[in-house]
Design a protein around this ligand. Structure first.
Ligand SMILES: Cc1ncc(COP(=O)(O)O)c(C=O)c1O
Length: 363
């Protein structure tokens, strides 16, 4: 029997007519890229949605991180960061020829533990790069305080945090620079895409220059790269943005169903008070790696695929120059998985997953 596979995520597809209307406009004007009208419209709408002044829409969330470092003129030195995130956070640091210095995570929120940051600061430290992992807010007050006392910019990789609000404002509005991914698998997406949000207008201008080859007309100012997003990506964003409240509400219903089935049985990360969450992921901590692997195999037999997210703990990557210990992250990374969660996932599937993984907690 052919069973339709269920993956950890599924891209949101806007109504076809909505996208077609934009495609027709693009093909008529023949402006496909280079700060086109749809890109400018999307940037304006994202600024309003997020309540930020300086936002640039770029090709993806990885290059957004690289631009954040370039915008802050960080081209060498150590970046204090978290080992519990997607590999792109670390690869952006390494790609920019900086050294990641891993600080362990808070076992409740799974975000960088601010209590351990100061001990890792050295004369070579250039910035703190934290991640609102799964959209869970970092301790933004403590990190801002450390950043101020040591003169270090705080960058947030907010790839998972679109639609989250914390302390009454968008979570993407915290930090000196905050970046997001709008990859097709994200809650709000532009097929591929991302953004850079800068507190400081000068940093914003530098990012703008670097993302378009470092020149304006014939005048060349600095080394640049091509991080310009196209009109087709902007069009997808314009279609999807109005649907964000409905996407979050739908995900919330699925999360509440998972909660009703699993809450008393599995440990879950803690979302701090004051968060309006986006329900972007459903991470569960198994009692052991063996229990996780048993659940994974059982689900895969039914063509249902969860994801070991995030695994491995990035301080153990084989291509790092030195091995740094992060026992909490290493322990969490082997026991955590994100269960399938996306707009339109059926109750039947959620219940099936719940029923299948519950027996695995006793392994
Ligand atoms: C935490 C984090 N940072 C960065 C990225 C990279 O974003 P992109 O895939 O848009 O390059 C991702 C992608 O999933 C991510 O999860």
């Amino acid at each position: 029997m052919d069973i339709t596979p269920v993956f950890v995520t599924k891209s949101y597809s806007p109504p076809l007519e909505e996208y077609q209307r934009y495609v027709k406009q693009i093909l008529t004007t023949c402006q496909f890229t280079n700060n086109g009208p749809l890109l400018l419209e999307l940037e304006g709408k994202l600024r309003a949605f997020l309540g930020v002044d300086n936002l640039q829409f770029v090709t993806n969330g990885t290059v957004a991180l690289q631009l954040a470092l370039r915008g802050l003129e960080i081209t060498e030195g150590e970046i204090i960061t978290t080992p519990f995130t997607y590999v792109a956070t670390t690869s952006a640091i390494l790609w920019e020829r900086c050294t990641p210095v891993y600080v362990d995570i808070d076992p409740q929120t799974l975000c960088l533990d601010p209590n351990k940051v100061e001990a890792a600061i050295t004369p070579r430290t250039r910035a703190i790069l934290a991640v609102h992992v799964f959209g869970i807010p970092c301790d933004v007050d403590a990190l801002a305080d450390i950043g101020q006392r040591y003169g270090l910019p705080v960058i947030y990789d907010a790839a998972h945090a679109f639609g989250c609000r914390y302390k009454g404002r968008s979570l993407l509005s915290f930090g000196d620079v905050s970046t997001c991914s709008f990859h097709a698998t994200k809650l709000f997406h532009t097929i591929e895409g991302g953004c850079v949000i800068c507190r400081d207008a000068e940093v914003h201008q530098r990012v703008d220059l670097v993302k378009r080859f470092g020149h304006t007309g014939d005048e060349h100012f600095c080394l640049g790269i091509n991080a310009k997003a196209s009109e087709f990506q902007a069009a997808m964003g314009l279609c999807n943005l109005p649907h964000v409240p409905e996407i979050i509400a739908d995900r919330r219903r699925s999360v509440e169903l998972y909660d009703s089935l699993l809450r008393d049985r599995f440990t879950r990360p803690t979302i701090p008070a004051g968060t309006e969450y986006n329900y972007s992921y459903y991470p569960v901590l198994f009692p052991s790696e063996q229990a996780l692997l048993t659940a994974k195999a059982a689900l895969e037999a039914q063509n249902i695929h969860f994801r070991r997210y995030f695994y491995p703990s990035l301080n153990t990557l084989p291509y790092l120059p030195t091995r740094q210990e992060c026992p909490i992250s290493e322990d969490v990374a082997v026991r955590i998985a994100c269960l399938p969660l996306y707009y339109g996932i059926s109750e039947i599937i959620v219940k099936q997953i719940g029923d299948m993984i519950c027996p695995c907690i006793h392994i």
